[in-house]
Design a protein around this ligand. Structure first.
Ligand code: NAD
Ligand code: 44H
Length: 504
């Protein structure tokens, strides 16, 4: 079977695959991040705009960290790859495949920094997108050495922008539209702060700082599309359907929503709306509130409970009678804690429930569980606090999921930076920030060695201010409730414990 490249003719591709061949369009976009999500979201959107002739530009993908297999595979395929969107939309089954031809090439900044800087100096360039995970927009102290690749994403962007400023400032429209897609609050404000911090520390000219502030547009965003990525367990089937081999197939759901706080200049430069995409221009706060609390929150709530109860995917959890009751109870507790109108919240929950029931996409719980302690803190803890404040009691289902999280994080051993747990004799890996891994490993070991009671174990973890930024033992009743739930999970197993919870 032939590999997807430019030399593959349309006749060699299945007629079920959409393929608009775009060549020679200018490189208007640099994208820091070559991961599944951006390829299935931003680059797919560029393709939709190009298909309709309202954008006319391609993206260059720059890998933000030193290692990663995607850039080489992308260049081997001449920038081409397939996006498969599968699910139910408005009651109809959607199952589409499209070759994305809006990516011109990939660059590894650790071996091709000069080429990255040449792109910075290109008058064609207009937009910067990024998704470097929650870990990417962070400060790392480092020196500016001309010609040397900076380490962090904000430092790379500062160098990139400084190069552009030196080459093009004063020659017309040199500023860029900068659109970070990382799922952190005020992503663009944080990124800009870090760029300005590096500019100050590197003693870059004041005129550069003025240019950053006045000529560039940093836009806060919120992204929404469930992307399950490369279909590793059914790739042969996909290749048969497509008619070619593609090492970068990316699977996602048909639903998408992109909230961007961009003014008219931005809207003109990236006219998503003209291609009929689901774009919400303006303040992103209300979209963030709904999405983080009522989509990401339930994901984080369900993953540990459902995984330890014996299922592997979101769909399996939704189709399991007991787990479904748990998930529905979770929505019931979360909804009143969300700042939005009742009708809007109910419609959102109904839509998310349908998306979780997507029969086509295998969304693995273990993938959702990456960095889950941090996610509990940002996605669920605010709801626990708001619930206590308004109702004067604990939200029992969310609290149970915190106990389940601790149970999930029980290690059988440590493997470098990760912990290894066990479900039914099979090992699974837990990945988290190092301080969380250290804290959990030490605390579980002390409990297993009978040096602490379960209640002391829970109190130690809830009291770790390096994780939570506060002592959670101060939330009335939380320590006892988590201890009781964890006791039940350890004694009876997750399935019996969750069954007892939902039948109350
Ligand atoms: N998959 C989804 O459904 C989905 C939906 C919305 C948002 N997201 C967000 O997108 C992010 C990426 O998801 P993905 O599915 O593309 O994952 P992925 O593993 O395919 O890609 C991860 C990307 O992040 C980069 N990266 C990893 N660690 C980094 C670091 N420390 N500094 C800078 N860059 C780093 C990698 O180089 C790669 O470009 C996730 O953090 C998630 O929050 C994912
Ligand atoms: O991608 P993560 O790891 O931040 O979170 C897991 C899921 O909640 C997330 O990917 C959602 O599916 C996505 O945010 C939907 O837009």
């Amino acid at each position: 079977m032939k590999r997807l490249t430019k030399s593959l003719t349309k006749a060699e591709i299945s007629t079920a695959v959409n393929y608009t061949r775009l060549e020679d369009l200018p490189e208007k976009v640099v994208q820091f991040g070559e991961g599944n999500f951006l390829r299935c979201f931003i680059d797919w959107m560029l393709q939709q705009m190009n298909n309709q002739g309202v954008f006319n530009g391609r993206a260059v993908l720059v890998q933000p960290i030193a290692h990663g297999p995607v850039i080489d595979m992308l260049n081997e395929q001449d920038g081409l790859y397939t996006v498969v969107l599968r699910g139910i939309q408005n009651g109809e089954t959607v199952d589409t495949s499209e070759v994305i031809s809006s990516v011109s090439r990939g660059l590894n900044p650790y071996t091709q920094w000069e080429e990255v800087l040449a792109l910075a100096a290109s008058p064609d360039l207009e937009i910067v997108f990024s998704n470097t995970t929650e870990a990417g927009i962070t400060y790392l102290k480092e020196a500016y050495v001309e010609g040397k690749t900076p380490e962090s994403y904000p430092a790379k962007l500062t160098s990139f922008l400084f190069c552009r400023f030196q080459e093009l400032e004063g020659s017309g429209d040199s500023g860029l539209v900068i659109v970070p897609c990382e799922l952190i609050e005020e992503n663009a404000i944080k990124l800009k702060e870090l760029v300005l911090r590096h500019a100050a520390e590197w003693e870059l000219p004041k005129e550069f700082v003025r240019w950053i502030n006045e000529d560039n547009h940093f836009c806060n965003t919120l992204v929404d599309r469930i992307v399950t990525g490369y279909p590793k367990d059914s790739v042969d089937e996909f290749h048969r359907l497509l008619g070619y081999e593609d090492k970068l197939i990316t699977v996602g759901e048909p639903y998408h929503m992109f909230a961007v706080d961009g003014d008219e200049t931005v809207q003109e430069k990236i006219p998503f709306h003209k291609a009929g995409l689901n774009i919400r221009w303006g303040d992103i706060t209300p979209h963030r509130e709904l999405k983080v609390r009522l989509l990401n929150g339930p994901h984080t709530m369900m993953f540990s409970v459902a995984y330890l109860a014996g299922v592997d995917t979101v769909l399996q959890a939704m189709e399991d009678a007991v787990l479904r009751k748990f998930i529905d109870k979770g929505f019931h507790e979360l909804t009143p804690t969300v700042y939005a109108g009742e009708d809007e919240k109910n419609a959102f929950v109904q839509a998310v429930t349908e998306r979780f029931l997507n029969p086509y996409n295998k969304h693995f719980l273990l993938d959702i569980g990456l960095n889950a302690v941090y996610k509990f803190k940002s996605r669920l803890l605010p709801s626990v606090e708001r619930y206590i404040e308004s109702k004067g009691t604990l939200p029992k289902t969310i609290v149970f999921s915190l106990a389940a999280l601790f149970a999930f994080y029980r290690p059988v051993r440590r493997d470098g930076k990760a912990l290894v747990g066990e479900r039914d004799g099979m090992e699974y890996t837990m990945r988290e920030n190092e301080n969380v891994i250290d804290a959990i490993y030490t605390t579980w070991n002390k409990f297993s060695a009978n040096e602490t009671t379960l209640s002391q174990f829970v109190a130690t973890l809830l009291g770790d201010t390096s994780i939570w930024d506060k002592d959670l033992n101060n939330l009335p009743g939380l320590t006892n409730a988590v201890t009781a739930d964890l006791q039940q999970i350890l004694e009876q197993g997750m399935r019996a414990a969750v069954e007892a919870l939902v039948s109350k």
